[in-house]
Design a protein around this ligand. Sequence first.
Ligand SMILES: *Cc1c(COP(=O)(O)O)cnc(C)c1O
Length: 375
Amino acid sequence: MGDATVPFVDLSARLRPLRKELRSAFERVLDSGVFVMGPEVAALESEFAALCCVPHAIAVNSGTAALQLALASLGIGMGDEVITVANTFIATAEAITAVGATPVLVDVCPDTYLMDPAAFAAAITERTKAVIPVHLYGLVCEMNAICAIAAQHDIAVIEDACQAHGATYQGVPAGAFGDAACFSFYPAKNLGTLGEGGIMVTRRADVAARARALRSHGETRRYEHVEPGLNLRLSELLAAMARVQLPCVLEWNEQRRTVAGWYAEALRGLPVQLPSQPAAQQHAFHLYVVLTEGRDNVRSRMQALGIDTGIHYPTPIHQTDAYRNIRVRHGELSVTESIAPRLLSLPMFPELTEQDVCRVATALQHALAPTPQLV
Ligand SMILES: *Cc1c(COP(=O)(O)O)cnc(C)c1O
């Protein structure tokens, strides 16, 4: 990808060893003559449910669709408030807007950049119907605290686990905490497909049944429409392509943690804040995000040295044009606002070598120096 010495992500490298399997999956679907909601989708659902240790999974055509479906299946809509964070991809907020509910944004913890449970508790009103903690960068939120607060107030918990396939918290997988959880199969996610896809998981049979209907025009069986739904169905081909990658995801996550370990070693002593790795958590390291002063400068200097980087995300939700009118009290999102200009995502993918990591670290060191030297 590009001419960078170290690309930000390299999907063709990830898929190269799986080419034969991807081709035979394609042939299998072609031979079956079933292209929507057939055996591949059903198999993906049961395999993914097993990964999350939950009984139900409903495959859809994106992670955004999964979030929207989870909210709708839990009966959340007009007049309801849904609490989430401003430090996330915009899809989290968009799903809330899409069902007619109002997003309420709360601050994040200064060490993990994830939802602050105290801020969540403080934002609850009588209209709060759900909370969406986002397991951003692949780290599971403080789910014990968040679920306890939610239970006290009878608030549904929907995990945005779109970056956290296979991550665990005290041994429990992402997706097994909430009333529902949502994952994305966007190609660059820890588990992807060759296009768009997503999946919602739930422990609740009632929520699963409603989600299955809403995913496909509110049908409980063909042409029996019990309520107005949508078409969020996943194609057989894309389900088959995700299934080929599914058995690899835990091993890939392990490699990502190895890469993170190399980073921690190589970046030691540099004036950057490294990702926190709480002992009870197994980080999925979808992204490796550090905090640095002078981020934009550092970033362009690294680019000049052949190192691709990213920013996740450059604009907190309440500062986007789309959500400019959202009600936020002054200082309420101070941690989010203070980290936003310092976030820097370094290359992170399972195929990175220790040598790549050293190159990134050296480039970062030069980029941080008062007068950058060219290497
Ligand atoms: C990727 C992502 C989504 C949306 O998933 P899509 O499949 O792109 O629709 C939602 N939330 C977070 C945190 C994500 O990273």
